[in-house]
Design a protein around this ligand. Structure first.
Ligand code: GLU
Length: 504
């Protein structure tokens, strides 16, 4: 019988959600939706020391902003709650007892100092200390102490941990959807701590117990958890449970392609690595949202970090990505984070916004535009939209429609000015003044026929004209610009520019 697909994103609330975590959430989401399954958010908050207030909220808000909310979560519990591990303590206690009773786990009482001595001693001899089948027999644990001694120690409040008893002399074969067959020699494993005397499980126990109880069918997570897979598989076996399928996603690499992109790299490279702004202890880290990225662009970009559809296609709306997504075509190799590519995606998505939504976003950024006539603003947006990488590039790209250029770029002036420029501008102004119809077409035909009659170069007329109107040699079609600015404005800007030439 096949079970309905259930996947989970299981972050630890130790700080803001990093771009790697967001990509893990996205791949879980895509896989679940493609299979008609359920996407669960489980908060793994068993480590008090690393708990950061606000992080859980940040995670939920980030998923909502990216439009990939969980179907079941602490805020929207389903049948398998609670969805925060700190609220499931009693459950883990019961399961650690099962392992202890069956001999798959044991109490260990060694102090940190003893273990440290062992470690130093091994290092001095050029080896490494591992708490495993070779060393457990000479350490202080329920395998070496009598039942009475164990009871006394626990009864007297001695600190303890419960360790997994990794099998000896066994090779396990496992399968990863992305990486294929993986073989591990159990002799290389250490006896990982599963439970501590403060009554809290460690990640490994809580994670496996919860995945089982929450009926998770596929564990899709970052490559950094690959080394834990053998232990997890052994735990499923020890409990006698069916194990889920595993898929370990490739790392996201620094822009150089060397090493994993870290939370600190954002500051170093000057781009965000968090979805939303995050107020840390010392400073605020700007998120992608605050930096002007659209969630659709970020999601499209992240979807292609490690996965490719096997075609040249790059633009995927979320629902298109769901249909195209396939875990088996996720790469093993790390994916390089390329901020320029993300900017490209952003530009594509800004270009696709409806003029109405772009116009409200622009007005929200530039309240001074509220007074501009609606249809005029929309026309300006239409002709500049494809030049915007970010919505808040609008002023840089289109500000000249609303205020006359104050200065003219030195290099542009050098390139443009000729001895006859002033006179040419005079004549241009006269032609424009005489125009009854100020549409781009009418203006183009008037100027072009005058240019060909006079045999002046097109550039000798159009470049100074553009510079006078825009302040730069870039921008949309000059005839369109003129018709939007209107006759009076165009003529006055030409006049101002002539003053500037005289002063030059
Ligand atoms: N709590 C782990 C983390 O923070 C979850 C790893 C897993 O998905 O198993 O990434």
């Amino acid at each position: 019988m096949t079970h309905p697909v259930r996947v989970r994103f299981a972050p630890s609330p130790t700080g803001p959600l990093h771009i790697g975590g967001l990509r893990t959430a996205l791949f879980n989401y895509l896989f679940a939706k493609k299979q008609g399954g359920t996407f669960v958010l489980r908060i793994e908050d068993t480590d008090h020391k690393r708990y950061v207030p606000g992080a859980e909220n940040y995670i939920s808000e980030s998923l909502s902003w990216c439009n990939i909310p969980a179907d079941e979560s602490p805020l929207q519990p389903g049948k398998y709650g609670p969805y925060r591990q700190s609220e499931r303590k009693a459950i883990y206690k019961q399961y650690i007892n099962t392992l202890l009773e069956n001999g798959d786990a044991y109490y260990a009482f060694d102090t940190a100092e003893t273990l440290d001595e062992f470690r130093k001693d091994h290092e001095a001899k050029g080896g490494a200390f591992i708490y495993n089948h070779q060393s457990r027999g000479s350490l202080s644990n329920s395998l070496t102490l009598t039942a009475e001694e164990v009871k006394d120690k626990i009864g007297s409040g001695h600190d303890f941990v419960v360790r997994f008893k990794a099998p000896q002399g066994r090779i396990i074969e496992m399968n990863d959807i992305i990486r294929g067959k993986i073989t591990i020699d159990c002799n290389t494993l250490d006896d990982k701590v599963l439970f501590k005397s403060d009554g809290m499980p460690t990640y490994h126990l809580a994670n496996v117990v919860d995945d089982h109880l929450m009926k998770i069918t596929h564990v899709i997570r970052g490559e950094e958890w690959l080394p834990s897979m053998a232990l997890h598989v052994l735990l499923y076996e020890a409990f006698g449970w069916d194990k889920p399928e595993f898929a370990h996603l490739p790392l996201i690499l620094k822009p150089s392609g060397k090493g994993k992109l870290s939370k600190r790299d954002g500051d170093k490279f000057g781009f965000p690595v968090f979805p939303l702004d995050w107020q840390g202890d010392e400073r605020l880290s700007q998120g992608f949202k605050g930096a002007g990225y659209l969630p659709e662009a970020l999601i499209n970009f992240l979807g292609l970090l490690g996965w490719n559809p096997g075609t040249e296609e790059e633009l995927f709306k979320l629902n298109e990505m769901i249909s195209a997504f396939d875990l088996t075509s996720v790469n093993k190799a790390g994916a390089r984070f390329d901020i320029d590519k993300l900017k490209w995606f952003n530009q594509q998505y800004v270009a696709q916004l409806s003029v109405d939504s772009l116009s409200s976003m622009i007005i929200a950024n530039y309240p001074q535009l509220k007074s501009v006539e609606h249809s005029q603003l929309n026309k300006i947006i239409r002709i500049t939209q494809e030049r915007l990488v970010f919505v808040n590039d609008f002023w840089k790209v289109a500000g000249f429609f609303f205020e006359a250029p104050q200065k003219f770029k030195e290099r542009a002036l050098k390139k443009t000015l000729r001895a006859d420029t002033f006179d040419i501008l005079d004549q241009t102004k006269a032609i424009l003044k005489s125009q009854k119809v100020f549409t781009p077409e009418a203006l183009q035909s008037a100027i072009k026929s005058w240019i060909s009659d006079q045999q002046i170069g097109f550039g000798a007329v159009m470049q100074p004209l553009r510079l006078a109107l825009v302040g730069d040699l870039k921008g949309p079609d000059v005839f369109v610009i003129m018709s939007l600015l209107g006759k009076d404005c165009v003529c006055s800007r030409i006049g101002k520019f002539q003053h500037a030439i005289e002063a030059n």
